[in-house]
Design a protein around this ligand. Structure first.
Ligand SMILES: Cc1cc2nc3c(=O)[nH]c(=O)nc-3n(C[C@H](O)[C@H](O)[C@H](O)COP(=O)(O)OP(=O)(O)OC[C@H]3O[C@@H](n4cnc5c(N)ncnc54)[C@H](O)[C@@H]3O)c2cc1C
Length: 461
């Protein structure tokens, strides 16, 4: 069902573009305004000297059937690629050695990544009760209580750095890992809950993050936002920075944006914001002082993404995995590295090996105060030692994200509740994007579908 109501989406990242696309396909009148001169938001792919560098997300997880649907609708079947088999193998650094993360009970009992004490501690998990702290529990508290401190230090700490560029002591288990939290709430434990929830998930056709397949595109992650934009045509305006949204006397919204030197205003029945929280504070702040406060409190740590390419023959470490993550306890100056050219085709020619390193995040936000070249040299030296590389890289390039990924920190539930109330009190305004409902590309796509449904429901009342 369509309507003649006008929908304005602010931000052409994957969240905004996916919602706009779904609404457009259903015949709704939708316009996307994007401040930059390119689409994709955090998704950025560049080609440099025949190397393909994804400067934001390297891949997504196929957690929802909507991803395949988009690929088919947009004729991207030839571009779509799954990570090769090596992509399943992940390493963790401990005592200067890379240890494969165990993926089955036999490999778990054999691994040297965890001590025997830590392995036995895991067996106690089904017998551990719930915490009284409920919502106000960090992922660190939750995991230490259920699985033990060593599991926190050598599995969860590096994992959280890999997903959020975050720290488990700061992230809320309920908001940042809602499925994990729900396993304890619904089934009383993680092991029992995982087994029981598999059956439930099969029915909903959703795929858990642990078993979802990793995907990208031959020409990099930018392929998806660019294909959506092509379909939307002149419904996407780049170089259009939204400065404010105001209610009009007629009861709809005026969306004012800067296009070159001129200020223009569009009238809209529905406004969907998918910009980062700190940008949303500027656009909607005047609606409610409390809204600005909640939006501005969401922390986005800085991340430096470093791309290093070497001759493959110069890399002593066997390249048979996705890459490795570094626990904070190992005291290195970067969070981990993805072996980019190993998992996806087309990243470099066969004779080279391309790697993506991540520096900073909440763990080491202070790196921005150091001279950038010193930061890069330090990470490079450590990386080359771990990877047994004794040669200069053939290419070094980088991308600095001053505000990379929103942290769903302790107390995040207060923000979530406030945003829900704000939307109820201001019919027609929707606050979306990666600070609501998950930061991964897969979660952003899933939430974009939910938001599209909510918008359709409102317009068809
Ligand atoms: C370095 C890095 C690595 C990552 N790695 C992964 C990964 O491997 N896998 C994964 O699943 N996820 C990863 N993520 C997370 C994921 O990429 C993002 O959470 C997701 O792409 C966010 O999409 P979004 O549309 O919600 O927001 P964004 O991509 O931030 O898009 C918001 C858009 O709004 C625009 N905007 C802002 N202000 C205005 C304004 N006033 N007017 C108009 N437009 C405005 C911005 O320019 C931007 O284009 C990574 C993120 C980063 C930064």
């Amino acid at each position: 069902m369509s309507s003649n109501k006008k929908i304005v989406v602010i931000g052409a990242g994957i969240s905004g573009l996916t919602t706009a696309y779904l609404l457009f396909k259903d015949g709704y009148d939708v316009i996307v305004l994007e401040q930059k001169d390119k689409v994709g938001g955090s998704i950025e792919t560049i080609s440099e000297n025949d190397f393909l560098f994804d400067r934001g997300p390297n891949s997504g997880l196929e957690t929802t059937p909507l991803i395949q649907k988009l690929v088919k609708d947009l004729n991207l079947e030839d571009q779509f690629v799954y990570a090769n088999r090596e992509g399943n193998k992940r390493y963790i650094l401990r005592d200067e050695q890379l240890h494969a993360l165990p993926m089955s009970p036999p490999t778990f009992f054999k691994t040297k990544l965890f001590s025997s004490k830590a392995k036995f501690r895991l067996l106690a998990e089904p017998f551990i009760g719930k915490s009284k702290d409920g919502y106000y529990q960090s992922i660190a508290e939750f995991v230490t209580r259920r699985l033990g401190k060593e599991f926190l230090d050598y599995a969860i700490n590096p994992f959280v750095a890999g997903v959020y560029a975050g720290r488990p002591e700061e992230l809320s288990v309920k908001s940042a890992f809602p499925k994990l939290y729900a396993l304890e709430e619904e089934y009383g434990g993680l092991i029992l809950g995982t087994l029981r929830s598999i059956r439930k998930r099969k029915k909903s056709k959703e795929v858990s993050k642990q078993s979802a397949k990793m995907f990208s595109f031959k020409d990099g992650m930018k392929v998806l936002p660019e294909a959506i934009t092509e379909t939307l045509g002149n419904r996407v305006s780049t170089g259009a920075e939204v400065t404010s949204v105001r209610t009009t006397a007629e009861g709809n919204y005026g969306v004012t944006y800067r296009d070159g030197k001129q200020n223009l205003t569009l009238l809209a029945d529905v406004v969907l914001s998918t910009v980062p929280a700190y940008n949303a504070a500027e656009i909607f702040g005047h609606f409610d002082e409390q809204l600005s406060k909640h939006l501005n409190e969401i922390y986005y740590p800085p991340v430096l993404v470093l791309y290093l390419v070497y001759e493959k023959k110069d890399v002593g470490q066997p390249l048979d995995g996705f890459g490795f993550l570094i626990p904070e306890k190992e005291e290195k100056s970067f969070l981990g590295a993805i072996w980019s050219s190993i998992i996806f085709p087309n990243r470099s020619d066969e004779t080279k090996a391309a790697f993506t390193l991540f520096i900073g995040g909440s763990r080491d936000a202070g790196f921005v105060d150091d001279v950038e070249q010193i930061v890069i040299d330090r990470a490079r030296r450590e990386f080359e030692l771990i990877m047994k590389i004794n040669a200069e890289p053939v290419l070094i390039t980088k991308r600095f994200w001053p505000k990379a990924i929103p942290q769903y920190n302790l107390g995040y539930v207060e923000h979530e509740n406030f945003f829900d109330h704000f939307e109820k009190d201001n019919k027609g305004i929707f606050l979306g994007g990666n600070y609501r409902g998950g930061i991964s590309v897969g979660d952003c796509i899933k939430n974009a579908e939910l938001v599209a449904q909510k918008i359709k429901k409102l317009l068809n009342l």
